[in-house]
Each structure stands twice: as C-alpha cells, then as structure tokens.
Ligand binder design. Structure first.
Ligand code: FAD
Length: 117
C-alpha cells in the first residue's frame, strides 16, 4: 500500500499529544512501581507504534537516550528532548523545552495526580 504522509503526520500529532500529556500528569514523586510502569509503557509504545519505520527509529533513540522516570520534570524533559531528536531528523523546528509549562493540559479538572500512572 502507498504511504500517505497526511495520515502518518496526523497519527504523529495525536501520539505526541498523548505522550506529552501523560508526562505532564506523571507524579512529581513517583513510587518505584509508577516509574517502572512509565518505563515499560514507553518501551511498548516504541515497539508497537503503528508506523514501522518510525518505531524502528524511535527504538534506537530510546537506546541512546534511556527514558527518565524519576519525577514528572525528568519525564517531561526527557520526552521533550526525544521529540526534538525526531524533529531534528525530520528537519522540523525544535521546541523550547523551557516552555513546556502548562502546554499539555489534560483538561481533566480533577486532583493533580489522580489518574496519572
Ligand atoms: P509534531 O512533531 O507532531 O508535534 C505536534 C506539536 O507538538 C507541535 O505542533 C508542537 O506544538 C509540539 N511539539 C513539537 N516538538 C515538541 C517537543 N520536543 N516537546 C513537546 N512538544 C513538542 N514521521 C515521519 O515521517 N517519520 C518518522 O520516522 C517518524 N517517527 C515518529 C516517531 C514517533 C514516536 C512519533 C510519535 C511520531 C513520528 N513521526 C514520524 C511523526 C512526526 O514526528 C510528526 O508527528 C508529524 O510529522 C507531524 O508533525 P508536526 O509538524 O505537525 O508536529
């Protein structure tokens, strides 16, 4: 089947949105189990990502930049960094990770850490 760049890009935007929003909701002080869950999620995300080529590249990035899951800040900063690595390869503008702030809001309106991890 022919590649459809529009659909592929849409999947990417949706995926990044979920990815970064999960990091923004990850606990500030995660338990060991929280950290392990996020690490496992990221590895499985990289393995099962529907675009095979993307998945292969992303798995290599994870080997080079191991997921940081010791805190919300660490996870969000790491995710921003690896997304920038993908941006660089695709010749897209880099995102200033200092501007993450409240950029990713889940809109859940519940208690800060509820539902995270
Ligand atoms: P996207 O990169 O989708 O970003 C969406 C929005 O997120 C941006 O508009 C910006 O507001 C924000 N953003 C940008 N950078 C960051 C950052 N560093 N941190 C936080 N927020 C940020 N496409 C391919 O063609 N080839 C690939 O190999 C490929 N690999 C991918 C691997 C993964 C794991 C994922 C999730 C996607 C991959 N994609 C790939 C899709 C690609 O990354 C883009 O999602 C797609 O091209 C659409 O790009 P975009 O310009 O709309 O912005």
């Amino acid at each position: 089947k022919l590649e459809n760049a529009t659909i592929k890009a849409e999947l990417g935007r949706a995926s990044w949105k979920l990815f970064h929003t999960m990091m923004a909701r990850f606990p500030d002080k995660p338990t060991h189990d929280d950290s392990l869950a996020l690490k496992t999620y990221i590895q499985l995300f990289a393995r099962l990502y529907p675009c095979g080529d993307c998945a292969r590249h992303f798995q290599k990035l994870l080997a080079q930049f191991p997921p940081q899951t010791s805190s919300r800040n660490a996870a969000a900063g790491w995710a921003c960094h690896v997304h920038n690595q993908v941006n660089e390869r695709l010749e897209k503008p880099l995102f200033d990770c200092n501007n993450l702030g409240d950029f990713y809001d889940c809109g859940c309106g519940d208690e800060d850490n509820k539902g995270a991890a």
